[in-house]
Design a protein around this ligand. Sequence first.
Ligand SMILES: Nc1ncnc2c1ncn2[C@@H]1O[C@H](COP(=O)(O)OP(=O)(O)OP(=O)(O)O)[C@@H](O)[C@H]1O
Ligand SMILES: [Mg+2]
Length: 351
Amino acid sequence: MRQDTEKSLVAVDDLRTFFPVRGKWFGKRYVRAVDGVSMSIDRGKTLALVGESGSGKTTVGRTVLRLIPATGGRVLFDGNDIFSLTGPDIRSLRRRMQIIFQDPVGSLNPRMTVGNIVGEPLKVHRLCDSRRDRRRRVGELLRRVGLEPAHARRYPHEFSGGQRQRIGIARALASSPDFIVCDEPVSALDVSIQAQILNLLDDLQDEFNLTYLFIAHNLAVVEHFADTVAVMYLGRIVEVAGRDDLYANPCHPYTVSLFSAVPHPDPDRKADRVRLKGEVPSPIDPPTGCHFHPRCPLTRKAAANGEAETCQITVQGEAVTVVRKCVEQTPELLPLPDNPDHCHACHFRGT
Ligand SMILES: Nc1ncnc2c1ncn2[C@@H]1O[C@H](COP(=O)(O)OP(=O)(O)OP(=O)(O)O)[C@@H](O)[C@H]1O
Ligand SMILES: [Mg+2]
């Protein structure tokens, strides 16, 4: 995908985050949670990161915010390499980058009043001159997210799930950030509340020109929300495109399978479901070549049709014939011939 660092607020280049784990027999090994991710997000836009559980979405978000250390790669925020910042520059970065968590219960300290929760960033970043000023600002923030200034005196357990997520949003907004990582902000909420929270995030984006990295499990949530969608599988981005392009023409077989998992409201529509074979492999010992090859329907089909040199692999005790290249070579994330903004990482180009 073309990267325009002038326009991009966040530019991620070959990001890698590995977690050491101690194996029983093999000594130190690594979970390759993020394994060479590159992407960029333009100012005021939303990039949605979608993928199954364990694909590394949260780790990307947290590494970009410098909440966990990167193993390699680079993140430019507004042109600054965030991994080389120190001292006061980190503090200023923290003010400009915020996060909204998936779990509106666990992410709010139950012993703090809502006023103290929302006011904490104002205190930490010394954004108010006096207590009174801070109280006034907290009231404004609560009102902006659809709550009452009087709610500042209450505790998180006195609110519903949707209201708690509004408190989390007010806290993220408090430091007037430019960039917010929204880590599955609606997954824990009732469907009717989800739309309200998504609308709120949408309005806030317009009002404050916010840039979002929006993490989601499935493609349905981001359909009306994202400008660009990146699909992640086992630590890597396998497809990235403008929202409309991706929904109209999903190319990577993993993206196609994610689409077929989205329930469709039209009962007459024939469900051309793609059921994936096998479990998501472990990121401690990911498959060689294309990480997706043990579950990929395309490589099996191409092998059965004799389209390329094949080899045998074992998937859950079953012998399967696949294309050798898929097992041996990592496919690059490359643009489609007719659309430089739509990239996918698959050896079967033009599919
Ligand atoms: N601190 C850690 N130590 C070891 N492994 C970790 C750590 N954090 C995450 N992982 C592993 O890294 C991989 C990616 O995790 P991550 O939480 O980023 O996935 P995710 O895509 O956000 O999943 P979910 O949709 O369930 O939130 C997983 O295999 C996870 O077990
Ligand atoms: Mg996660």
